[in-house]
Design a protein around this ligand. Structure first.
Ligand SMILES: [Zn+2]
Length: 200
């Protein structure tokens, strides 16, 4: 794969890798005849026939259901990928070079010593070597991206862009969001400095 910077192209490649993992999980679920998962599978495949884009949803309840649905899919399909592996210096160099030293989610430069290796492909979904399974990520992206499936991640992105616009326009809801957000950030920061402080 040609991977000189690429927030976007690399991200698509990554999404395809995730998609293969999901397909595999759902296939297994079908074989096991797990009713709930089977139900999710049917809706899921219908949506993905539609060019991989997000569905149009026009009621708040349906939207909440959709967010629950994608979260459930993720939980049901949880990949056995949490094996800890300590990368060698050489492996880190190879992974770092894949994106030209940039976080594969946001594109920010990351140093070869400090980047976090984000797990992309499991062996069973076609990862052939250790370095094949990772991409460099910055700390924030690695922390927040979790293992969201493509749909879930796209919803989060869409919500985030909308929230940002409301805040920038200083609308009523934008002002409310920013005030709650800043309050939460304060608590997070206090907890980071003193882990004994409770969630409040
Ligand atoms: Zn990043």
């Amino acid at each position: 794969m040609n991977c000189v910077y690429l927030g976007v192209s690399c991200y698509r490649w990554r999404q395809r890798a995730i998609q293969r993992d999901i397909d595999r999980c759902l296939k297994n679920a079908k074989l096991l005849k797990l009713t709930r998962i089977k139900f999710e599978t049917e809706i899921f495949s219908q949506q993905y026939n539609d060019m991989n884009e997000l569905p149009y949803i026009d009621t708040p309840t349906d939207f909440q259901q959709e967010l629950k649905r994608v979260a459930l899919l993720r939980k049901n399909g949880k990949l056995k990928e949490r094996r800890l592996y300590r990368l060698t210096k050489e492996e880190r160099k190879i992974i770092h070079a894949k994106t030209g030293g940039k976080c594969h989610v946001c594109g920010q430069e990351v140093s070869v010593d400090k980047f976090e290796a984000d797990h992309v492909k499991s062996y069973s979904s076609g990862g052939t070597s250790v370095t094949d399974n990772f991409l460099p990520a910055c700390r924030t992206c690695n922390n927040y991206r979790w293992h969201y499936l493509p749909d879930e991640f796209k919803w989060i992105l869409k919500l985030g862009v909308w929230a940002r616009t409301e805040i920038a326009k200083e609308t009523e809801i934008g002002k409310q969001m920013v005030s709650v957000f800043v309050g939460r950030e304060k608590i997070r920061e206090a907890r980071r400095r003193n882990p004994r402080i409770s969630a409040g």
